[in-house]
Write a new protein. Structure first.
Length: 372
């Protein structure tokens, strides 16, 4: 494909991204103002999902499938399509669901598109602020179509730094202890509660840096490109290549200093790496990751929590009712068949042959079992 056709494709994708993010976000905002009817939990009692998370993802995915049926799609709420075009969409329909739930303004719709060379297009729309952040690889970053750039902060003591915390109460305690070791060396800390927005705030100068760990691809797929195009530096906590496991975005001249603060303030307890090995399947609960034959499996938060619950007692049989209560809580009043739906989706991702499962098996009349 020529450079001209690459550029034309990127522009076409940007137009679609903006349209879908803005329409989906405005619809979600209108729905939130009218009132929530369905709120559930996912990985923990503080990890929320609403009817608008699912409706927004469905709207975006259906539109992409209609316009670009050969593209691949990954969505936080379960969308998963393998295409042949070499273009992959990564969608977070509502990043900052807890903010959305509490009617706080810091939530948005994030859509990132990548090709064989990496991130190509990114759009993050914040409905409550009517702000659209966007970027195309190599063409700069924009806020409502105006060029933006990160700050030129050089003094780490003047840096305003954003971060995020785990849904796990235990991990939040560990992460706050890390921050306590260097907060006096920077201007201050901000925690807005939506990774994509935090990263965009670095891109436009509202923050000087942002760091977080154990995110997912959809959390950073759009925003990291926007930040890089704004002139910010990206990496993991040690300054190597970034990933959802660890990401640090900062003004270039304070990146190394902040990297040193974070790594030196992290004790072994900050990053537990207990692993569960079930045949060719490896589960890392502390990182929210699963590997099949050493390749990372893209799981939704619900799928991962189901997998962890089953892995707590290998070869034990869990009924649908037991899994429902463990994952969604005793207050959930929906149909137990929801468990079956997520089990089927999980099986397609962790089994070499989903029709003849090796690890996640059904015990007829009793429930499900995870076995070596």
């Amino acid at each position: 494909m020529s450079a001209q056709s690459d550029s034309q494709l990127a522009q076409e994708l940007l137009v679609i991204c903006k349209e879908l993010a803005q329409t989906g976000g405005k619809n979600a905002l209108a729905g939130r103002l009218a009132g929530l009817k369905q709120v559930e939990t996912k990985t923990t009692s503080t990890d929320m999902v609403t009817e608008f998370d699912r409706a927004t993802e469905k709207y975006i995915v259906d539109a992409i499938r209609s316009r670009r049926p050969s593209d691949s799609i990954i969505g936080e709420e379960g969308a998963s399509y393998s295409g042949t075009s070499g273009v992959t969409w990564c969608i977070d329909p509502i990043d900052g669901t807890t903010n959305f739930l509490y009617a706080l303004p810091s939530w948005g719709v994030s859509i990132g598109v990548s090709d064989s060379h990496g991130p190509l297009v990114g759009v993050v729309f914040i409905p409550a602020l009517n702000e659209t952040f966007s970027a195309i690889r190599g063409q700069g970053a924009f806020l409502n179509d105006k060029v933006i750039s990160c700050n030129e902060t050089t003094d780490i003591s003047k840096a305003l730094v954003g971060t995020g915390f785990s849904y796990s109460a235990e991990q939040r305690t560990i992460q706050s202890q890390r921050i306590a070791k260097f907060i006096h060396k920077i201007r201050d800390i901000r925690r807005f509660g939506a990774a994509s927005i935090d990263i965009c705030f670095v891109a436009c100068g509202r923050l000087d840096a942002y760091f977080e760990e154990n995110l997912h691809e959809w959390d950073i797929a759009a925003a990291e490109l926007i930040a890089i195009e704004s002139g910010a530096k990206s990496g993991n906590f040690s300054g190597d290549k970034s990933s959802p496991k660890e990401i640090l975005i900062a003004c270039p001249k304070i990146f190394d200093q902040l990297s040193e603060f974070i790594t030196s303030s992290s004790s072994p307890a900050n990053s537990p790496h207990e692993k569960l090995n079930i045949g060719n399947l490896e589960i890392i609960p502390s990182e929210g990751r699963a590997l099949l034959d050493n390749a990372e499996v893209q799981l939704t938060k619900t799928e991962f929590l189901l997998l962890c619950e089953l892995a707590t007692n290998i070869n034990s049989v869990f009924s649908r009712e037991e899994l429902r209560e463990r994952v969604w809580g005793s207050e959930y009043v929906g149909d137990d068949r929801l468990v079956d739906v997520h089990i089927r989706r999980l099986r397609t991702k962790i089994e070499t042959d989903a029709a003849n499962p090796k690890h996640l098996v059904t015990v007829r009349g009793l429930g499900y079992r995870l076995q070596p």
